[in-house]
Design a protein around this ligand. Structure first.
Ligand SMILES: NC(=O)C1=CN([C@@H]2O[C@H](COP(=O)(O)OP(=O)(O)OC[C@H]3O[C@@H](n4cnc5c(N)ncnc54)[C@H](O)[C@@H]3O)[C@@H](O)[C@H]2O)C=CC1
Ligand SMILES: O=C(CO)COP(=O)(O)O
Length: 334
């Protein structure tokens, strides 16, 4: 794989484009705003998202999707979950035939309740094995600073996953392959919601026992949803499950955890949104779609339900604690 297009120059799109370029792959990074592409071209910096990172010379930025997509063997989609459908529909006529379509987004679409790979397949009208996802403990700022981490490239076509693995392996970024796309995607989408709950707990002043309990029970409800959708249960013990959950729930760099912390300290959703300066906290929307998906499948997801009620029904986070602890007593594995 010699040439890759990365569509979306936010935190993760830009950091992942740098990883590809550092691995020796030629990368064209598409930015929605012309001034972002111009700044990268002029100074090799994307100051709005990764101000301390100098981007490599084999990473070219453009505001023109045609230029970005021309001749790409893989098209990496680095836009938010809830805009992916609209963005991809615009790019569809320009997609090179046979290119691997790679989703970086971690969410479940509102309304359709579809995972990102399902949205990509539907909009681009490509077979399942042409779509891959990247998911793991991948806080963009740490990766941009070349701190070591691992990730998962999931695709039902193992050979495509291996091609992509080669295209993004560096001294600080170690991708593993996995054929369980459903499990990897659910791990990435659900951990954002659980990180909101951890943030709320931190904002309320609770300590590590509380965090560990939320993380563990959050993983349990994620795995229940995964089982209902046919995921491999072991995926949730891997990088795209536990790995990403721990990183996001623990890190002050996580937008979801930070958003939750603000709510726990008593800020409103609108105030927390304003403080995010336009960056996505995907769990705020995905808590509703995941909750609806779980209800449709008869899966119990009490933490996700509680996060939805805080974010969208005005529940005070303090009352969420009581609501979770006062639930009917049960066996741990049920
Ligand atoms: N930031 C991170 O550390 C990681 C993020 N992700 C996931 O990657 C996806 C993208 O996240 P980030 O890059 O962090 O978000 P971001 O908020 O930093 O950037 C989002 C990008 O999408 C663009 N965008 C926003 N609305 C748009 C629209 N309507 N149409 C087209 N483009 C639009 C923005 O201009 C920006 O370039 C999310 O699903 C996130 O969960 C996954 C792993 C790590
Ligand atoms: O997905 C991420 C880390 O793997 C980033 O998490 P946030 O979107 O909460 O910043």
């Amino acid at each position: 794989m010699e040439r890759v297009a990365v569509m979306g120059a936010g935190s993760w799109g830009t950091a992942f484009a740098k990883v590809l370029a550092d691995a020796g792959t030629d990368v064209v990074l598409w930015a929605r705003r012309a001034e972002v592409a111009d700044e990268i071209t002029r100074s090799r910096v994307n100051s709005g998202y990764l101000p301390s990172t100098v981007l490599p010379a084999n990473l070219v930025a453009t505001h023109d999707p045609e230029k970005a997509l021309d001749g790409a063997q893989a098209v990496v989609l680095g836009v938010p979950s809830q805009t992916l459908r609209v963005n991809l529909a615009e790019w569809k006529p320009l997609l090179p035939a046979g290119a691997t379509l790679v989703s970086l987004a971690k969410g479940v679409e509102l309304g359709t309740l579809k995972r990102m790979s399902e949205v990509v397949r539907e909009v681009a009208d490509v077979p399942e094995d042409q779509v891959a996802v990247v998911s793991g403990p991948n806080l963009a700022k740490e990766i941009a600073a070349e701190q070591p981490t691992a990730t998962v490239i999931a695709c039902t076509d193992h050979d495509r996953a291996v091609d992509l693995q080669h295209a993004c392996s560096t001294s600080y970024f170690r991708p593993y392959t996995n054929v369980d796309v459903v499990g990897c995607e659910l791990g990435g989408a659900c951990k954002n919601v659980i990180a909101l709950a951890c943030g709320m707990a931190a904002g309320l002043g609770f300590g590590d026992n509380t965090m560990a309990s939320i993380i563990t029970r959050g993983l349990a409800e994620t795995a229940r949803l995964g089982a209902a959708l046919g995921a491999d249960p072991l995926t949730f013990a891997g990088l795209a499950g536990l790995g990403d959950l721990v990183a996001t729930c623990a890190s002050p760099l996580s937008r979801n955890r930070t958003f939750g912390e603000r709510l726990g300290r008593g800020e409103t959703v609108a105030q927390a949104q304003e403080a995010a300066h336009g960056q996505v906290a995907e769990g705020v929307k995905s808590c509703s779609s995941i909750r609806e998906l779980a209800a449709r499948l008869g899966v119990d997801m009490p933490i996700t339900d509680g996060v939805h009620r805080v974010c969208h029904e005005g529940l005070d986070p303090r009352l969420l604690t009581a609501a979770l602890l006062e639930r009917e007593r049960k066996a741990e594995r049920q």
